[in-house]
Design a protein. Structure first.
Length: 296
């Protein structure tokens, strides 16, 4: 089988249409269609059901896709291992973490790493869901909680605590809560339920200091912590925010400082097959150094 045709077939199966695959491959829709048709002819079997709304893999197409996907994954691993033989670590490093940790703590520090290792091409994907590291959706993950996927190496990176924060503008208008029960009279901003919760206890603010079975009603929900931070900065209300989000120049005020969320462990995670990667090794050591410097 022709590798170029297999590459095009793989892209079409991922995209679900000739047009989107062509955009990804920088080929015309007709060129992509011809390559797939030629592959089907050479195999003497249809690989896609063609519908007005897109393409669906046939049973034979599913079999070929799984095989090609595995081969491409193995080739990517071989390329990665070959690049590690160079004197300095180089090549792509795909990192994933939560929106909050990535945007407020990691991104401001990444410049130093890029300057230390210019041959490493860092890309960062922020999501409060979990990418599949074993399928190379990312090389490294910073995860809130121990990973559930098998064959992953994990190392504790930092312990995360969260406190209640509000803007000075809000507190001048609504006053400072003196005890948890006072939160009944305040506007609360919490994490929405539209996506998987990054931490199971993230909305503890709705229940702390309440009677059993009672829960406060929030004034606003948003499905990422960075959005909650912006809402607090805008004076909308109080929110439970991780301490790592508080930049030294932040003018937000910690209220009820004697209470905090249950601690959450953040783990540095990567696949077993990447154990000897120099890129991952230097990135891990860099992050451990940054954690040691940060007064959480």
């Amino acid at each position: 089988m022709d590798w170029d045709k297999l590459r095009v077939f793989h892209a079409v199966a991922d995209a679900g249409s000739f047009t989107r695959a062509g955009d990804a491959l920088h080929l015309s829709q007709s060129a992509v269609s011809r390559q797939v048709s030629a592959l089907e002819t050479s195999l003497d079997t249809p690989l896609f059901h063609r519908h007005a709304r897109g393409l669906l893999l046939t049973e034979q197409g599913e079999l070929l896709y799984r095989t090609v996907h595995e081969v491409f994954h193995m080739l990517a691993m071989a390329e990665s291992q070959l690049s590690e033989r160079q004197e300095r670590p180089s090549g792509p490093l795909k990192v994933t973490t939560t929106v909050a940790l990535g945007s407020t703590w990691l991104t401001p520090r990444i410049r130093e790493f890029v300057e230390l290792y210019p041959e490493i091409d860092v890309s960062l994907q922020l999501t409060d869901g979990e990418l599949d590291l074993t399928m190379r959706e990312a090389d490294v993950a910073l995860r809130m909680g121990a990973p559930r996927q098998p064959d992953l190496i994990q190392r504790q990176l930092l312990q995360v605590r969260a406190h209640v924060y509000g803007s000075r503008e809000y507190l001048r208008e609504f006053g400072y809560p003196q005890q948890p029960e006072d939160l009944d009279r305040h506007r609360l901003i919490v994490y929405g339920q539209a996506q998987p919760l990054p931490v199971s206890t993230i909305n503890w603010l709705l229940e702390v200091g309440t009677q059993p079975g009672h829960q406060r009603r929030p004034v606003f929900t948003v499905n990422n912590l960075y959005g909650m931070l912006l809402a607090v900065q805008g004076g909308l209300g109080l929110a439970n925010l991780p301490d790592y989000m508080m930049a030294p120049e932040s003018d937000l005020v910690r209220v009820l400082p004697e209470i905090s969320s249950p601690p959450t462990q953040c783990y540095f995670v990567y696949p077993e097959e990447m154990r000897h990667s120099k890129r991952i090794e230097v990135f891990r050591e860099f992050l451990l150094g940054k954690v040691a410097e940060t007064p959480f």
